[in-house]
Design a protein around this ligand. Structure first.
Ligand code: UDP
Ligand code: MG
Length: 320
């Protein structure tokens, strides 16, 4: 049985040697044939050079270089596309996902599961980042359809039949936890305490996290767009009540006063509600536009340690 370990890499030169070492140490003396696929998401540091050196030292470490910075999710897709293992794992390069946990995951696969995700019991990130993550996941997993598991991130292991389906899903709004949940089969989790990244600054900057976060919500939930309808209905009820009150004052008590305040308040309120609803609609429209263009999900510039045949699979197939 062969295990492919897919790792998206963006400016991780300080972490890569330790990562390769810990992966090798994890499987040393065990009957597991593995490959470590490091997908260089066009790092600006020396990551690609180091990937070359790691490959020269140990042929089981291979590299794929993307033509530009596509982001963590497309980089994962690129890695899964070239993976030849019967089982593939996905993990971060910064050692927040301990390679040793791969053994527990493999054991679960051995028990007959198709997907084993790592569940964060706790998080080692700085307080602010941790709080934002926790809040986001609580909201996102509530809204998502089909239901996702709270605390299950990208760190996971999947069997060949799951990988095949994922490779066929060409959508650009990629969010591995969501795609994986969608595929189904037998799924289970293993718990772990997630440390902070070993070295370097987070490469998922605020704007990149926002993009992934919006994808995670809008690509897996219609609640936001329904929220627009609900807001509309609630506003209508309020508007009817207000109209009744105004008419009562005008026709029965004859105390109608020319009210600037009430006009402004309702005007501003309705304007705001309309803008929110337009924004929500726009999020879905933008995603439809993104998908219908059928652009490749990622573009491979070069590879190291991969067979030419294997590398070619990295290019996106033509739209069905
Ligand atoms: N990453 C990537 N492309 C990017 C940003 C990040 O491939 O544009 C990789 C990064 O190298 C790491 C993983 O995605 O292996 C997660 O990034 P990070 O640790 O910064 O995010 P967090 O742990 O906060 O989710
Ligand atoms: Mg990290």
């Amino acid at each position: 049985m062969k295990l492919s370990i897919v790792v998206p890499v963006y400016n991780e030169e300080v972490n890569l040697p330790t990562l390769a070492e810990r992966v090798a140490a994890t499987f040393a003396g065990r009957d597991v044939d593995w490959e470590l696929i490091l997908v260089n998401d066009n790092s600006r540091d020396n990551s690609w050079k180091i990937i070359g050196e790691l490959n020269a030292r140990d042929g089981r470490v291979v590299g794929v270089a993307l033509s530009r910075n596509f982001g963590q999710q497309p980089a994962i897709a690129a890695g899964l596309a070239v993976a030849v293992g019967d089982v593939a794992a996905v993990m971060d390069a910064d050692l927040q996902d301990p390679p040793e946990l791969l053994l527990d995951m493999l054991a679960k696969i051995g028990e007959g599961y198709d997907v084993v995700y790592a569940m964060k019991r706790s998080r080692g990130e700085k307080l602010l980042r941790r709080t934002v993550f926790n809040l986001f996941y609580t909201i996102q997993t509530r809204l998502a359809e089909p239901k996702m598991v709270v605390g299950a991130g990208t760190f996971c292991m999947m069997t060949r039949r799951v990988i095949e389906v994922l490779n066929r899903m060409r959508e650009h709004s990629r969010y591995l936890s969501g795609l994986r949940t969608y595929v189904g089969f037998k799924q289970t989790g293993v718990e772990f305490d997630r440390p902070d990244r070993m070295k370097g600054a987070p490469q998922q900057t605020f704007s990149k996290l926002m993009r992934t976060g919006m994808d995670a919500i809008f690509a897996y939930s219609y609640v936001p767009v329904r929220l627009a309808s609900w807001l509309g209905m609630i506003t209508v009820v309020f508007a009817l009540l207000a109209a009744g009150w105004v008419l009562y004052q005008r026709l029965v008590t004859h105390t109608a006063i020319t009210g600037w305040t009430s006009t402004m308040v309702s005007y501003l309120f309705i304007g705001a509600v309309q803008l929110i609803c337009l924004g929500i609609l726009g999020e879905y429209v933008a995603r439809i536009y993104e998908e219908v263009r059928h652009r490749p999900l990622f573009i491979v510039a070069e590879t190291v340690g991969l067979e030419a045949e294997q590398a070619k699979e990295g290019e996106a197939p033509p739209p069905q």
